[in-house]
Design a protein around this ligand. Structure first.
Ligand code: BTN
Length: 240
């Protein structure tokens, strides 16, 4: 079962700017010509950025999208879980069993299909978020990342209309931007694939069990002695 999220009373709609090739849609949307609720989409990126300075494979066939958002809005504090909830919901709409690996990766069939990069920045007095979503739609080739990445095409052997996928991602983002924190984090938690799993934290190599997602989207972990704490930053590796 999946839910199709439609904004009933959208305060704002995204203005979409389409490009062939860009270095990075996140870098493009940070330029002063863009305003909140502008969205930039490119067919490919020559310098696609992932988290922690890693590259993001951005060849033809994928959806590379960045939107500019108000960095002082209430949703700013949970923007990565929000984007994850939206991307996983759209994949389910297209028939995929999508799961979120805390906090910014979406997996289908054991492969990473979507990554999210939310960058906060300021221009003068104003704070903004460049929210980037890279979704592997019709991609066939991931080079050195072939064993960890997948795409909608590789999962089904069918091609998808990029404009339709992009439209559903923007509409679903719009839904969650208006939905409030509780609804958004509930969906993020429901689609999480790490709960009950042993994980290793990137910060100190600590091996713990992921036991829950708190109301802010933080990951609740438990060590071998039953001590619990909440992880709010960094990345994790799932062990089993
Ligand atoms: C990750 O998996 O570590 C995050 C990947 C984010 C990739 C998207 S593609 C659109 C936007 N532009 C970028 O340069 N990066 C993000």
């Amino acid at each position: 079962m999946h839910t199709v999220y439609i904004t009933k009373n959208p305060k704002r709609r995204f203005n979409v700017y389409l490009f062939g090739k860009l270095p990075s849609t996140n870098d493009e949307i940070k330029k002063a010509v863009y305003n909140p609720f502008d969205a930039v989409i490119a067919n490919n990126q020559s310098d696609g950025k992932g988290r922690n300075g890693r590259p993001f494979v951005s060849n033809e066939g994928g959806l590379y999208m960045s939107v500019l958002l108000d960095g002082d809005a209430p949703f700013a504090e949970y923007i990565t879980p929000l984007a994850g909830a939206a991307a996983a919901s759209v994949l389910e709409e297209f028939g995929f069993d999508a799961g979120i690996k805390w906090v910014n990766d979406i997996f289908v069939g054991g492969g990473k299909i979507c990554g999210i990069l939310a960058e906060k920045f300021s221009r003068g007095e104003k704070n903004y978020i460049a929210l980037g979503i890279g979704l592997n739609v019709n991609n066939k080739n991931f080079g050195e990342f072939a064993d960890i990445a997948t795409s909608m095409f590789l999962q089904t052997n069918s091609r998808y209309r990029l404009s339709e996928v992009a439209g559903r991602v923007l509409e679903t983002l719009n839904f969650f931007l208006a939905a409030g924190k509780k609804k958004t984090i509930d969906v993020f938690r429901e689609k999480s694939i790490v709960l009950g799993k042993k994980i290793v934290l990137s910060d100190g190599g600590d091996r713990v069990t992921a036991v829950g997602i708190d109301g802010d989207g933080g990951l609740i972990v438990e060590d071998g002695k039953g001590n619990r704490r909440v992880i709010t930053a960094g990345s994790i590796r799932v062990e089993d």
